[in-house]
Design a protein around this ligand. Structure first.
Ligand SMILES: *Cc1c(COP(=O)(O)O)cnc(C)c1O
Length: 321
């Protein structure tokens, strides 16, 4: 093609890729080369499920729980992973090794894929598996970790559990993104969405917890059952703090002694303000601090974590197929 204006990649447009390694089309490639077809139903219809696990100091945290959730989502969407869990582990470990990362954000994705005839019947599609490892990322930045994230409660209801099963981790994020813009317009940094009854649901990639009179509550329905949420509930039990999953009203959230959010991207993170109200004086509350310490301490415990180099390599995955 001759020179001139055309659909070229312009470096000056700021299109850069993080360092890291992806597995796509059965090959390991740098992030900048990890691309899918525009005809993939994952892209055209958000028809996909995924999971994110992190690696901290060279160890995967609760990889078994993340894989279990990923496989459950795949089964619920009536898709099929083209290999077993042992090979999945080997691929994820290989992405981290090749990326040469000690602390990593590791994503696994299965999309509906494309059908060879471009048929509209999802049964004709060949599912596409993608994985990647990039540097560890957090919902809350360093500043927010010390003073707490400034949240806005949106009146936008999270997509209902009767429409899309929230326990299948998915890319239906237009409600969450609309909520983020609402939060920015209100001068906040992040957002919480409500459920159909006006109680709290979740934010973009995180669950929420409120501490009222030494009793901890996190919403029980209409949310992705986060691995960090589950971990927080288990660690609160270890700390002998009462915790329950139950409806959480906006009034109870704003009256809380402490509020924190949880995600694989960042762990346990303090909330500083909710629509201007500061539950714990613009700092992590005492329970949030104890829980955060315990959460990171578990990352070197072999019961909760596994070293990247302890996992099967691609040379021995065949045992499981
Ligand atoms: C991933 C995610 C979370 C947090 O789950 P973790 O397993 O703790 O990372 C919460 N809500 C939504 C919508 C998510 O996609």
């Amino acid at each position: 093609m001759a020179d001139g204006p055309g659909p070229q990649l312009r470096p000056e447009a700021g299109l850069t890729f993080p360092p890291g390694c992806a597995y796509i089309g059965s090959q390991f490639v740098p992030m900048s080369e990890a691309k899918i077809s525009v005809l993939d139903w994952g892209f055209l219809r958000s028809d996909a499920t995924y999971d994110v696990v992190h690696v901290w100091k060279g160890r995967f945290f609760r990889l078994d729980v993340h894989i279990e959730r990923f496989l459950n989502g795949i089964a619920k969407l009536r898709m099929e992973l083209p290999f077993g869990p042992e090979r999945l582990q080997a691929i994820l470990a290989e992405c981290v090794r090749r990326a040469e990362l000690n602390d990593a954000y590791v994503e696994m994705i299965l999309t509906r894929g494309t059908s060879p005839t471009f048929s509209r019947d999802p049964r004709d599609a060949i599912n596409t598996f993608i994985a990647f490892a990039i540097p560890f990322g957090s919902v809350a930045n360093a500043d927010q970790m010390t003073r707490g994230v400034n949240l806005h409660v949106s009146s936008i209801p999270r997509i209902g559990p009767d429409s899309v099963d929230p326990t299948v981790k998915n890319y239906h994020w237009l409600d969450l993104v609309a909520g983020l813009y609402e939060a920015y317009d209100a001068g906040a940094e992040n957002v919480l969405l409500v459920d159909g009854d006006g109680n709290l649901a979740e934010g973009p990639g995180f669950n929420v917890f409120a501490v009222n009179d030494d009793q901890v509550t996190t919403p029980d329905r209409g949310v992705l059952e986060g691995v960090t949420r589950r971990t927080a509930l288990e660690l609160l039990a270890e700390l002998q703090v009462k915790a329950k999953t139950a409806p959480l009203s906006i009034a109870a959230l704003k009256a809380a002694d402490e509020v924190f959010i949880t995600s694989t991207a960042g762990g346990v993170m303090p909330v500083g303000r909710i629509d201007g109200v500061a539950p714990s004086a613009d700092a992590p509350g005492p329970l949030t601090q104890r829980l955060t310490e315990r959460y990171w301490a578990k990352h070197t415990d072999p019961v909760w974590s596994v070293g990247v180099d302890e996992l099967p390599t691609l040379d021995d995955w065949r045992r499981d197929d």
